[in-house]
Design a protein around this ligand. Sequence first.
Ligand code: ATP
Length: 305
Amino acid sequence: MQEAILLDGVSKRFGDKTAVDNVTFSIEAGSIVALLGPNGAGKTTVISMMLGLAKPTAGNVRAFGQSPNKRATRKHYGVMLQQVSLPPKLRVRELVNLFRSYYDHPLDTSTLLKMADLEEHEKKEAVKLSGGQQRRLQYALAMAGDPRIVFLDEPTTGMDVTARRSFWENLRAFAQQDGRTIILTTHHLEEADAIADRILLMQNGRITADGTVDEIKLQAGNRYVAFMAGPQVQSDAIAGLPYVAHAQWSGRHVRIRTKRPDDVLRAAILRNLDVSHFEVSQGHLEDAFVSLTEASAAEEGGTNQ
Ligand SMILES: Nc1ncnc2c1ncn2[C@@H]1O[C@H](COP(=O)(O)OP(=O)(O)OP(=O)(O)O)[C@@H](O)[C@H]1O
């Protein structure tokens, strides 16, 4: 498989602040990678270096084996950043055509409008679109040059649930065409869960977890037991079961975090608790994200002492 992006021992310092700390990873062409992490983790700085907008203090960044500073490399890029202001007066179709004119082999206008679900708005002034529609327009502009790699920074901000789902489908279809690569940052973990082949979790400038969604959940080591509790079951009885790390109630639905789900269930049955409709799972990506970032923060605290 071809390597789309390589970061080799990359660090970035701003004065005393180390924003990115000796990071090494490569991204295969044709994959969808979500870069996740809490605020200030270093995600934007990593993306800026991949784009050639920031220079690493140490280490190397390569895209298809070339420096991202080269125009020849960047012409394969499509970029959708967080804050973009659209020019006044231009209509959606005009703006899409303007962006197409920058490239040697642009996608068709109609394809781009369809990909962004903007066909019925093509005659509207871009600045008069809603926030979610403007985001979709930025996506069409990012795709104008038929890029081999697309960088998306919080792409679905402002989109409603339907728009978000159709956007995900679109991205997946795009990635399935001959080796297109998508690198996105998002704070919507269900987004990463829905579309990413691989998660890179960053914290304090380092990569603290790297794998598929299932591998990340496994690495977090969480297990969850959920069930319905009958009307007589008290919260004390649930909290008193062995190996319960945390119990969350929503009405009569109980969700327990535990390292030993079998022992929790066995004890609940042996104690004759009125519980039914059991489910055992590894939880959501969000649960893993919280556990891994807490564990990594605790480790940092420990090493700093
Ligand atoms: N130009 C800069 N000058 C000084 N410090 C910076 C600069 N850019 C980023 N930083 C610092 O580097 C660290 C990483 O910032 P970065 O924006 O990469 O994080 P992030 O993971 O993208 O955060 P967020 O999720 O909030 O967007 C932060 O502590 C930030 O304050």
